[in-house]
Every structure is written in C-alpha cells, then in structure tokens.
Ligand binder design. Structure first.
Ligand code: ZN
Length: 435
C-alpha cells in the first residue's frame, strides 16, 4: 500500500521516498499541477518533515523545494502529530487551555455547584477531542485532574487547596456517593479499546488498512507480538488487549454497528456500591447548590469548627447560633436549638408531626420512608437540602460577615426558594400551595 498524499479541506500532505530523484519528480509534477490549475502552495505555510534522512540529502532536498524544515510533532487541527510518545510538553497546551478557561471572570464567580458543572463540561471537552484520539500520558491526566479539582474546591487555577472530597469519589456515579464526573483515565482506556475494536474488525478506514499492510499482515491481532518498529500509538492500541477481558462480552457493547463507549466505560470502571443516602442526591429537585452542600454534609465533610480544631487551627469552638456548645456536624444538624427550630418549622409546614432526632436518623427518615405520597416525599427531600444549605450559609455569614438573619426570615426564604424551584411542575406547585 503506497500512500502518496492526504487531503483535508485546503491542506495537502505529500509523501515521498527521502532521496533527491524522488523529490525532484514529485516537485516537478506538483509544479506542473500548480501551473495548470492555478492552485499554488503557500511557501510560508509549507514545511518538509524528514524521517531517517542523512544531513547531506536533507540539505539537497531543502534547496530543491525551498520550504522550511519542520519538526515533528507538528500540530494538525490543534493536535500534535507524532510517531513517538507524547511528551508532557506537547500535552501542556491542553492544561493551559483549561487553566485559561478557569481564570476568566465568569468562572471565578460561580458557586460550588456552578464550578462542578463547569468542570463537567471541561472534562467532557477533553474526552471528546483529546482522549478519543490519543493515549494520554498518566502525568497529563493527573495534571488536568489537579487543575479541575483545585478549581472546583477553591475557585482558583493554582493547585494548592486540599480537596474536601477525594477526586476518585467525585468521579463515582451519584448513587455511589459521587457527582458523576468523568474519570479521564478510564475513559481514555475505553476510547483506545474502541480503536482496537475497529482494528480487530478490519474496518474500511485508511489508518486501519495501513496498519494491516505494514505491521499486522496475516497475523491475529489478539495473539501477535507487539510490532516493535511501529509507532508508539499503534503499540499502545495493541496493548489494550489486556483490558479486553474486563470488558466482558464485546458483542453486547456494539450497538447499531458502533462501539458503545458509555457502556464500555461502566464495565471497565467495575461495579459500584450504593451509598446509604443514594436517593437523597439522585432524586433531589432542590437547587444544585443546595444539593451540593447536602452532598458534602452527607459525606461528613463540612468544615465544622471541631474539624478545624482537630487540624490544629485556633478558632472559637462555640456554635455561632447558640454560643453554648462546641460546633460539630451533629450539633449543627440538628442538636442546636436554633437549627432544630428551623427544621421543625419546615416539617410542621409540611404537616409532619414528629420529634427531631440526630442527623443520621433525620436523613435516614427522609431517605427510606416509602409510604409517603410522592409530592410530599419529593418536597421533603428538597427541603432537607435547602435547610442544610441555608444553615451552612447563615453560619458562614454570621462568622465571616457578622450578619444575622432571624429564624423566621430564614424559614420564609426557604419556602420561597422551594416554591420558585417547582413553579413549572404543576403537581408539586399545587402541593406546596396547599400547605
Ligand atoms: Zn448551637
């Protein structure tokens, strides 16, 4: 198989043997074509790339063509093209791009939940473009994740602040206690498995025909030795055989003749276990920022004063609402007379007549009670998120801004927020209005 040229849009790649006579022939024919068609190559934008050519021949060829010498990897459609392993330096533009997006003023103004969405979108972009075409070096994946992680927890692009919840956990599906962020490492492996599948199917594509002609020939791709002379990326694709078994039945991954990446991703990630509070986050219609704080609290990771003191920080240990007890998660939710009163008001409003107990009993009730009619259940779940969020925000306001919102006003705002949240849902809206 002799590829002589590749065209894409207005780009042209010409291939030739690296000797003087081949280049002369090619150049003469190309010049003839230029004269006949009027289509001329832009000298300033054209370059020659050499592979295995000695310096004397290089000099002769350059003098014939008059183009500049180019160096591999060169960028094509924004991606580095290289026969060798991508270096950290070559992948750096990806990290820089992400950092640049994070440092825009808009990204800086977002809440935790907004930043989470922003990171989700960025990771999606990375997987859609880079990760499906390249085997991404582990270091780069770690860098991308570190930038996203720091931004998510601190709003800054600099990698400094410790994550409140470990990145691996954030990447888990919601029912397993995560926020369903893409695990780039696994996604990248799956994407390369897809290339291996295309290769094993001998799909009618130029790159596949080329790999078969040059390296695989009549061998079986699943048992052959890795071709040592092949480009790094090709060897990486063939190495992906080791994940083949983890993917299970490959046929069931093929939907409509296409390799289904999302299903393969789930299989390679492996089974995940539900957390006890899965329904509180999975099916919660509360505002995303309310759900986010509820999620952190369910992980027991809100930075209450007892935690800060444990880390050696010197802070006033007392609860900012009652000023009489040490601030712990248990106290804030809902041991404290002030916060207990808030949760009680919200329960009374929804006609729940019961005595409030510890945090784990309270969320446990909201999660597991199944005899409740649906709108009641939905609104109660959302209320829990809204109450936790509002208490946490009020606590921070009182500590850092010395501003106080009276309890009645807080309860009023929470009801209003829930009402606004469900205004487009007739059933929920009329339920709330009936209270
Ligand atoms: Zn208190």
């Amino acid at each position: 198989m002799g590829i002589t040229h590749l065209c894409f849009a207005d780009d042209l790649l010409l291939f030739a043997r690296g000797d003087e006579s081949s280049i002369r022939l090619l150049h003469d024919k190309f010049s003839l074509f230029s004269e006949a068609s009027g289509l001329k190559a832009n000298l300033a934008k054209s370059q020659v790339y050499f592979g295995g050519v000695d310096d004397n021949t290089k000099a002769t060829i350059l003098s014939i063509l008059g183009y500049e010498i180019g160096e591999l990897p060169f960028k094509y459609l924004g991606l580095p093209l290289s026969t060798k392993r991508l270096t950290i330096l070559q992948c750096k533009p990806l990290v820089n791009k992400i950092t640049a997006r994070i440092t825009t003023w808009m990204a800086k103004c977002l809440s935790y939940a907004g930043r989470l969405q922003f990171v989700k979108a960025m990771l999606f972009g990375v997987q859609a473009y880079w990760s499906q075409l390249f085997f991404m070096p582990k270091k780069i994946i770690k860098m991308v994740e570190a930038v996203c992680r720091s931004y998510m927890w601190s709003g800054e692009a600099t990698i400094a602040k410790k994550a409140i919840i470990a990145w691996d956990k954030v990447c888990l599906p919601k029912n397993a206690g995560g926020m369903n962020l893409l695990n780039l490492r696994i996604w990248n492996q799956v994407a390369i498995c897809k290339l291996l599948w295309a290769l094993s199917q001998k799909k009618d594509r130029l790159w596949i025909t080329w790999i078969y002609t040059c390296y695989i020939k009549n061998q079986d791709i699943h048992t052959m030795d890795s071709p040592k002379q092949a480009a790094w990326m090709i060897r990486k694709i063939i190495h992906m055989r080791k994940h083949w078994q983890e993917l299970g039945n490959i046929d069931s991954l093929i939907i409509g003749g296409k390799f289904h990446l999302a299903t393969a991703y789930k299989r390679l990630r492996g089974a995940v276990e539900n957390v006890a509070w899965n329904k509180l986050i999975c099916y919660n219609i509360a505002e995303p920022k309310h759900n986010f704080i509820l999620w952190v609290n369910l992980h027991g990771k809100l930075r209450t004063k007892d935690m800060l003191i444990k880390w050696g920080l010197s802070v006033d240990p007392l609860c900012v609402f009652c000023n009489s007890t040490m601030e712990t998660q248990e106290h804030l939710f809902f041991d404290c007379p002030f916060t207990k009163g808030i949760w009680q008001s919200m329960l009374n409003w929804q006609q729940w007549d019961r005595r409030i107990q510890t945090w784990s009993v309270e969320w446990g009730r909201v999660q597991t009670e199944i005899t409740w009619k649906r709108p009641r259940k939905v609104i109660l779940r959302a209320s829990l998120a809204t109450v936790v969020y509002s208490i946490w925000i009020e606590r921070n306001k009182r500590i850092f801004q010395h501003k106080i919102t009276p309890r009645q006003n807080m309860v009023h705002q929470m009801k209003l927020s829930l009402c606004t949240r469900v205004r487009r849902n007739q059933r929920l809206f009329s339920y709330i209005n009936s209270l």
